[in-house]
Design a protein around this ligand. Structure first.
Ligand code: XMP
Length: 485
């Protein structure tokens, strides 16, 4: 028989955090470091959503550089998604494991063409057994005849500065400083080529001191997979591309298909990759996914800005209550919670973390930035980008039908095609660079933490006291009785 829970479900707007005595003198003292999964740490608790109008490689790169992580969506062929992961992993490679090479008997014309195609400024010259013979750069070839041979124009290895395997970043930095070179090949016994470090990559690394990186210094990347049989193949390609976390991403994460997929991925890859799963909204959901092997669980059924699940299906749990209840279970099991959906401003991030989440996943606030897929559209003289729920009609029909008139209608009319969309397509204001948006959100988070007197996210949770508020106080909380300029 149906029963009714004896507690009320609350959302972010139903509460405020009570200010508390604070030892914090400057917001800079606040530490925003957190856990994304059991095995991955982030410097800021922000994750970009696995949606086709939010996260591909450009967004994932900026997210990782800022200290968070992006989840590359799965609504594209597996090979393409794996390539998006590779782009993130290559964006700031400290050691390029497979640098571009050329043979000594190739022509200069070929070398020029290869450098142009790959967008790089030099090639390593190797023999048939991958032994380093020299380096040829754009400067060496620029005024040379295309018919000449690479071996006659390269800098031979006797004149190169090279390093041995295992060199540290600090040692490489010192070599670049002392020798004023731009490329540092890494060689093993008998001049076997083992990799390459470039000064450009080291400079980029220093430009983003807060970035989320793996043990090789590469940016962190996560990617979503579904639960159907073919998704095991997708997971394989993503792991080969170097993905750090696979996110088993379905609307109803507390389903047997999802639990099975988590178990499957765990069995296949062990600790090689972190596994995130969701979405759920109950402690039982967290327990089942964590027991199947999930390293983090994503919480949120229906709070998202473009979601209509609660209206269509009548199902959901208000997000603040969902986070609080789920995090009790998650704490017992030692898995972090990702609060997914419904974050409209920085204050909501503070509330979500205070309620027990370790990170928040964001769609709408990032969808209007330069780094989200899609172009800017003009409407009534204002700039917007398109943002859509992944269960919205056009998202379900697939991108390719989006602008092919007639075909979408034909599919919708087909009697065997029956579904009810659980999301909408929307315009969101264009907001410029994602990096600026993230910085503003983090500034708000620091402010919230200092009001509560919390130096760390763990302290925020311990010290947080929520007060329930009325509709009248909600009006009092926003600017009122003024005309905003
Ligand atoms: P925000 O509020 O940041 O939420 O825009 C992003 C999250 O919304 C979820 N999502 C959906 N939920 N129908 C839903 O019920 C949909 O079509 C849909 N698309 C995305 C998802 O969890 C995302 O991270």
């Amino acid at each position: 028989m149906a029963r009714i829970l004896d507690h009320v479900g609350l959302c972010f707007d139903d509460v405020l955090l009570v200010p508390r005595r604070s030892p914090i003198r400057s917001r800079k003292e606040v530490i925003t470091r957190t856990r994304f999964t059991k095995g991955l740490r982030l410097n800021i608790p922000i994750v970009s959503a696995a949606m086709d109008t939010v996260t591909e490689s450009r967004m994932a790169i900026v997210m990782a550089r800022e200290g968070g992580i992006g989840v590359i969506h799965r609504f594209m062929p597996p090979e393409k998604q794996a390539e998006e992961v590779s782009k993130v992993k290559r964006a700031e490679n400290i050691v390029i494991e497979k640098p571009a090479t050329i043979r000594p008997d190739a022509r200069i014309g070929e070398a020029k063409e290869l450098m142009r195609l790959l967008g790089i400024s030099g090639l390593l010259v190797v023999d048939s057994e991958n032994r380093l013979l020299g380096v040829i750069t754009r400067r060496d070839v620029i005024f040379e005849d295309d018919d000449k041979l690479v071996r006659d124009c390269m800098t031979p290895r006797s004149e190169l500065v090279v390093a041995e395997e295992g060199i540290t970043i600090e040692e490489a930095r010192e070599i670049f400083r002392r020798h004023k070179v731009e490329k540092l090949p890494i060689v093993g016994e008998g001049w076997k080529l083992k990799g390459l470090i470039t000064s450009v990559d080291l400079i980029k690394r220093e430009a983003y001191p807060n970035a989320s990186r793996d043990s090789k210094g590469r940016l962190l990347a996560a990617a979503a997979i579904g639960v159907r049989e073919g998704e095991v193949e997708r997971a394989k390609l993503l792991v080969e591309a170097g993905v750090d976390a696979l996110v088993v991403d379905v609307a109803h994460g507390h389903s047997e298909m999802c639990i099975k997929m988590v178990r499957r991925i765990r069995e296949l890859y062990g600790d090689e990759v972190e596994v995130v799963a969701g979405n759920v909204a109950t402690p039982e959901g967290v327990e089942d996914l964590a027991s199947a092997g999930a390293d983090a669980v994503k919480v949120g059924i229906g709070p998202g800005s473009v979601c209509t699940t609660r209206l269509v299906a009548g199902v959901g749990v208000p997000q603040l209550t969902a986070i609080m209840k789920c995090s009790e279970a998650a704490d017992r099991l030692g898995v972090p919670i990702i609060a997914d959906g419904g974050v409209r401003r920085s204050g909501d991030i503070v509330k979500a973390l205070a309620a027990g989440a370790s990170t928040v996943m964001i769609g709408k606030l990032l969808a209007g930035t330069d780094e989200s897929p899609g172009t800017i559209v003009l409407k009534n003289g204002r700039r917007y980008k398109i943002y859509r729920g992944m269960a919205s009609m056009y998202a379900m029909l697939g991108r390719e039908f989006r602008f092919r008139e007639g075909e979408a209608e034909a599919l919708l009319d087909a009697s065997e095609y029956s579904y009810y969309a659980e999301g909408v397509e929307a315009y969101v204001p264009y907001t410029g660079s994602a990096s600026d948006v993230i910085k503003r959100l983090v500034a708000g988070l620091r402010s919230g933490m200092s009001y509560v007197g919390a130096r760390t996210i763990e302290e925020l949770r311990e010290k947080a006291i929520f007060i329930r508020v009325t509709g009248a106080s909600l009006r009092e909380s926003a600017p009122h009785d003024v005309e905003i300029v």
